[in-house]
Design a protein around this ligand. Structure first.
Ligand code: SF4
Length: 313
């Protein structure tokens, strides 16, 4: 398989299962610089929308390679090592993907552009939209997401409320909690007030599981997540706690793991178990490839919370 520029994975998604990713913005074109980002720090945050990658090039690669991934993924996920809605050709991209496959197509967004009409209209075309909403109070938002200076929670909340009323697909709001940053009792109460006005399929709450951009960022406890989910449910907000990737399956399909593993790790660090789950191969088989890739200086191992993660060099 020739080296892929835009497709990666299938990646172990905490939210969606086995997801074939399409990276539509380069690292790290983003309007935020989240403490917990798995793709490292954002050097300069931006709200500028442009064709960072051309729809034509992305769709060409997708069309030429999709059949190799078809059996390995449950969903196509438009994402990026940054904010995908900053690609001004988003509409052409989703329209083109839908012409190639009937698989559900999801997008992960940090929600900072949802008030822009063109983005709003493009998001309506996805089957699954996963907007982040880690904070609903400006000073907490600034502390956890370090936004570009023009971004504020007023536009985000109003845009998300409006979107939720017009959208017919699955809307999974994701909240990621960082200890002592967005986990206060008062902030949870504010989140509940906002979430009550948003019509969504589910609120998915989680915490840091992989090496974060800022090593000062710490995860909250499992107990906190469970109690928060219970509190949301008490207020009739459908909520669940998301954890690691558990969808383990086995396949005998022949896979070019020496190419697929670095392509996956380019987007996010993974454990051996993650990769075994994604590729449907035993841990010992994956480990053989990992050892070879480490020797070839293509990937490396690092520890986070005593778990061993692999990343690209
Ligand atoms: S987590 Fe997403 S929104 Fe936050 S900095 Fe990373 S890429 Fe941007």
């Amino acid at each position: 398989m020739s080296e892929l520029k835009y497709l990666f994975g299938p990646a172990p998604s905490r939210r969606l299962g086995r997801s074939l990713g399409i990276n539509i913005v380069p690292a790290k074109i983003c309007s935020l610089d989240c403490l917990y980002c798995e793709a490292g720090r954002t050097k300069t945050t931006t709200m500028r929308r442009k064709a960072y990658y051309k729809a034509e090039d992305i769709l060409k690669e997708f069309k030429e390679n999709f059949d190799k991934f078809d059996d390995l993924c449950d969903v196509i996920t438009v994402t990026g090592a940054g904010e995908p809605t900053l690609n001004s050709e988003l509409d052409n991209i989703i329209t083109g993907i839908k012409e190639i496959t009937n698989k559900p197509c999801a997008i992960l967004t940090n929600t900072t552009t949802i008030h822009i009409n063109e983005v709003f209209m493009s998001l309506l075309k996805f089957d699954i939209v996963v907007p982040s909403l880690d904070a609903v109070i400006d000073n907490i938002f600034k502390a956890v997401n370090l936004p570009e200076k023009s971004v504020d929670t007023v536009n985000i909340i109003a845009g998300l409320e409006k979107f939720s009323k017009e959208y017919n697909g699955k809307l999974f709001i994701e909240i990621l909690f960082c200890k002592n940053v967005n986990d206060s009792k008062e902030h949870i109460e504010s989140l509940i007030k906002v979430l009550k006005n948003i019509k969504c399929s589910k609120v998915q709450i989680g915490t840091i599981h992989r090496p974060p951009a800022y090593n000062t960022a710490c995860p909250v406890s499992d107990e906190f997540l469970l109690e928060t989910a219970k509190l949301f449910l008490k207020h009739n907000i459908s909520a669940e706690v998301t954890g690691g990737f558990k969808n383990i399956y086995k396949t005998s399909a022949s896979l070019d793991l020496d190419d697929l593993i670095p392509a996956l790790l380019k987007m996010r660090p993974c454990t051996l178990l993650d990769m075994s789950g994604v590729f449907g191969k035993s841990e010992s088989e994956i480990k053989e490839h990992i050892d070879n890739l480490i020797k070839a200086n293509k990937i490396k191992a690092e520890y986070y919370n005593s778990d061993k993660y692999y990343t690209t060099v």
